[in-house]
Design a protein around this ligand. Structure first.
Ligand code: SOE
Length: 383
């Protein structure tokens, strides 16, 4: 194991940018022995501009060159879903540790091939992890601890929604996230994948069956003229078809007897990144909303009824997960910190020679649920 892991980040838009920031901050705040030495992007000029802004020494326009470079130890895949399978498998076969953005692949078959490659590489001490970043939100990591300590007892209900509105305007153009070939699915895979993973992470329950509906409200949009930011773009005068869902809803049963409901949408106007999850158990409830990400609500059903109620815990104390490395108590964290925590957790596992979580197998499990929801069309699909 080298003293410092050299990381190549594939992609430099929203996810590539935030992962790159995460690696830099993890080194500073957690002493993570890794640094981004290379950024990979198809457009040399734009990739170079990104590298200059972030102080990254090397620019590559083909991921195969990164995989062939013996000085690169980690490949961080932040490209659209259609390239995850090739880059991740190529990197694993070349002996690189791989962190891959969610959803793991655009199909179950692709995710299965990635799991097989990860398993083969694991035998050679090569680690892989899928980037379900919300697991690293201190309030959610703390909620999981409370569940594991039995503080809410047996879980009866999982109620999760992920609400955004960035494409609610019918004139918003056809970015890659609205193209099935590039993204696999729409709101379902992009944000629904997070709440499927979080339900499993928080409760330890597995979904045994689902019934779902998806809808595409706006069926044609202006073709893309220019991507101006992570989730912003300019359209042209020509129109094209939207090939993914705009929204999805589904119900599920779990292996430990809970009922679960989920909703993923990009049409909840006014809701920007409202990833909300509530758990109701035999001894209490927990509730979280990412738009207030430093807070966790806890209802303790074992306390006397007359003075009982939800209490709002500010998850900003040094003893809360990840928080101690940052600011004095109460000063709060933001979206980008979850990615710093993610790369720290991944690097820790590499250094300590153990498997990081969530694994590619966890990513495949989510992929199977996504596919079942798409196939369901209102019918029950067992998992
Ligand atoms: C866009 O919907 C997006 O950036 C997702 O792709 C991310 O996974 C989520 O964290 C925020 O929203």
């Amino acid at each position: 194991m080298p003293e410092t892991l050299n990381v190549a980040v594939a992609g430099y838009a929203f996810m590539g940018r935030i992962h790159t920031a995460g690696w830099a901050q993890a080194a500073k705040f957690f002493g993570t022995p890794a640094r981004v030495t290379t950024v990979i992007g198809r457009n040399r000029e734009n990739t170079q501009a990104f590298a200059d802004a972030f102080g990254i020494p090397n620019v590559l326009t083909d991921w195969r060159d990164a995989v062939a470079d013996p000085d690169i130890h980690v490949v961080d895949v932040c490209t659209p879903g259609d390239s995850h399978v090739d880059i991740a498998i190529g990197a694993l076969e070349a002996g690189k540790h791989v962190l891959c953005e969610k959803p793991l692949a655009n199909s179950v078959e692709g995710a299965e091939r990635m799991v097989a490659a990860a398993e083969a590489a694991r035998g050679r001490g090569i680690r892989s992890m899928v980037g379900f970043s919300y697991r690293r939100t201190p309030a959610l990591a703390y909620a999981r601890q409370l569940v594991q300590e039995g503080r809410i007892g047996d879980i009866r209900h999982i109620r999760a929604v992920y609400l955004q509105d960035w494409i609610a305007d019918p004139e918003f153009p056809l970015v890659w996230r609205l193209d099935k070939d590039a993204a696999g699915s729409g709101a379902l895979g992009d944000v629904g994948a997070h709440i499927i993973d979080l339900a499993a992470f928080l409760t330890g329950h597995r979904l045994t069956g689902v019934s779902g509906l998806t809808e595409t409200f706006v069926k044609t949009r202006p073709k893309l003229a220019e991507q101006t930011g992570g989730l912003t773009a300019k359209g042209s005068t020509e129109h094209g078809d939207v090939t993914v869902d705009d929204a999805a809803v589904w119900v599920a049963r779990t292996d430990k007897g809970a009922l679960a409901t989920f909703e993923a949408t990009r049409f909840a106007v006014g809701r920007k990144n409202a990833m909300r999850i509530e758990l109701n158990g035999s001894k209490g409830s927990l509730a979280f909303d990412f738009e207030r990400m430093n807070e966790l609500e806890f209802f303790d059903f074992t306390q006397p009824a007359a003075e009982n109620g939800f209490r709002r815990i500010q998850v900003t104390e040094p003893e809360h997960p990840y928080v101690g490395a940052w600011w004095p108590a109460g000063h709060g964290l933001g979206y980008e910190h979850t990615f710093t925590h993610e790369v720290k957790a991944f690097t820790d596992a590499i250094v300590e020679g153990r498997d990081p979580e969530p694994s590619f197998a966890d990513g495949l499990a989510v992929q199977k649920v996504l596919t079942a929801i798409e196939d369901s069309k209102g019918n029950w699909v067992s998992l």
